[in-house]
Design a protein. Structure first.
Length: 491
């Protein structure tokens, strides 16, 4: 299959979160299955041409956006550890220091036009290179207009007559909603501003266009695919998801074992594996030393997280004192909501010597926490997929999670009688239930035999991208086989 993968961030070139990692991992894993794939992404100001050996393909290619023609420069590079070509679109709309926000953390005023341009430019790149795609795979609201433009403007062009689109929802909480006046320069006909098309409470909703017009929709776990059809998790788009439920698939992410693997991890004090876990104790002592904690065998709970209400940080703060009174140690690494950062630092001060809060993004320390902690706490209010619970299990660190999204699909509650399960799971968005689950985990840890059995359970699970890639391959084949027999519907 010839696949075009479109994303606004791709590691190592650009990154704000997990989307960047996924946008490199999925193409790599699909290439290994014999597919031809290339990536299209923006050229941001911070991308180093020399570092990544980027080549200028052509300057000043015209992109029609409304009545105006915007010009772009097209660069080409190679995704590391693959032979996948990556095409970078450079233009005033995209050439910024920040991907989505400025240096003050404020969203760019022209965000709507930025990504309208990027979606349009994707077609221009394909036409310039004469790339005939079987599938254009788009990700989140920033590229969600591609399915709409394909069916409204480009469906009759020879290059795109047989092209199908897949739209992946990584987090439905971020939809790209803009006032109508923000998109008027693009000259999208007003007939598409109705509730049946792009309209959304007198505004324009970019993500909605991907849901309505993509040939197939995917999201990042089977449970999340069900959840986004409900009012609780659909963020206002649930009725549109429900109408497309037969075209919706949930595929859990994999993880990169070349980066997250205790047997070869260069960031941790002592390497270890599922056959010999002794090195984990050395990693714990090293983490305690670095975080200013007493070197002891007390249960050490770790968190690596974006600090946001979605991640259940409020629940943790509600039980923090009770939790620390269980005679544990606690480490947290993350950045985000200022009020949450401040509240956590206040707890650190109160429990000095028992608790360490690092407000930072620090990849090396994240690896050390995954290896050194006994328990990883991830009580998300909602979690489309989640990666840290999988990292934790690979490192023999037992996860505590709420039963939602990808957490429900990857962590199964441990049964002390059968010794089956892969962590500790609670259901309600409730601080007491979270505390009871933490207490249950700590109680089990006092039984070394059962704790070691649980660690063996979690370390033998295969979370490799090869498993996920097989599911992606099935979805790609499905969209080509089923939709290929039907005449493309235009709008």
């Amino acid at each position: 299959m010839n696949i075009i993968f479109c994303s606004t961030e791709v590691t190592p070139f650009s990154k704000t979160g997990g989307l960047a990692d996924v946008s490199a991992a999925i193409p790599r894993s699909l290439e290994k299955l014999g597919n031809s794939i290339c990536i299209i992404t923006p050229f941001y100001k911070f991308i180093d041409i020399q570092k990544y050996d980027l080549v200028l393909v052509r300057e000043k290619i015209g992109v029609q956006v409304g009545d105006a023609i915007e010009f772009m420069d097209l660069y080409r590079g190679i995704l590391p550890d693959s032979s996948i070509l990556v095409y970078f679109i450079k233009n005033q709309f995209l050439y910024r220091e920040g991907l989505y926000v400025d240096e003050k953390g404020i969203e760019y005023e022209d965000s709507a036009m930025r990504f309208i341009f990027f979606n349009k430019a994707i077609f221009t790149v394909l036409k310039h290179l004469q790339l005939k795609a079987d599938i254009i795979h788009t990700n989140d609201w920033h590229t969600s207009l591609v399915p709409f433009f394909l069916k409204s403007e480009y469906h009759s062009e020879y290059l795109f007559k047989e092209t199908k689109t897949i739209f992946t929802i990584h987090n439905i909480g971020y939809q790209g909603i803009f006032p109508v006046e923000d998109v008027q320069e693009a000259n999208i006909p007003e007939i598409y501003f109705t509730e049946e098309c792009l309209g959304y409470y007198s505004k324009i909703n970019f993500m909605k266009s991907g849901i309505l017009y993509a040939d197939l929709i995917t999201t990042v776990s089977p449970t999340y695919a069900n959840e986004i059809q409900t009012k609780e998790y659909g963020f206002g788009l649930e009725k549109y998801i429900q109408k497309r439920k037969n075209d919706l698939f949930g595929i859990v992410h994999g993880i990169d074992y070349t980066e997250w693997n205790p047997s070869i991890d260069p960031f941790i004090k002592q390497n270890y594996d599922k056959n010999n876990i002794n090195g984990k104790a050395i990693c714990k002592s090293d983490l305690q030393l670095e975080m200013g904690l007493e070197i002891s065998d007390k249960p050490l709970i770790g968190i690596v997280s974006r600090l946001a209400p979605q991640k259940g940080i409020d629940l943790i703060l509600e039980i923090f004192d009770q939790m620390m009174n269980l005679d544990i140690q606690f480490v947290l690494l993350g950045t985000g909501d200022y009020a949450l950062e401040k509240a956590l630092k206040k707890k650190e001060k109160k429990f000095k010597g028992m608790c360490s809060i690092i407000i930072d993004f620090n990849n090396k320390l994240a690896h050390k926490i995954e290896a050194g902690a006994d328990i990883f706490l991830m009580p998300s209010i909602y979690e489309p997929c989640g990666l840290n619970q999988m990292y934790s299990m690979v490192y023999g660190t037992v996860p505590i999670v709420r039963r939602t999204g990808g957490l429900a699909d990857t962590v199964k509650n441990f049964d002390t009688l059968t010794a089956k399960g892969t962590g500790f799971v609670f259901d309600k968005i409730d601080a007491k239930e979270l505390f009871d689950t933490v207490q249950r985990a700590i109680n089990l840890r006092s039984n070394p035999k059962k704790w070691k059995k649980l660690q063996k359970n979690i370390m033998k699970i295969d979370f490799s991208w090869q498993n996920s890639a097989k599911h992606w391959q099935e979805v790609y084949r499905k969209v080509l086989n089923e939709k290929g027999q039907k005449k493309k519907k235009s709008v």
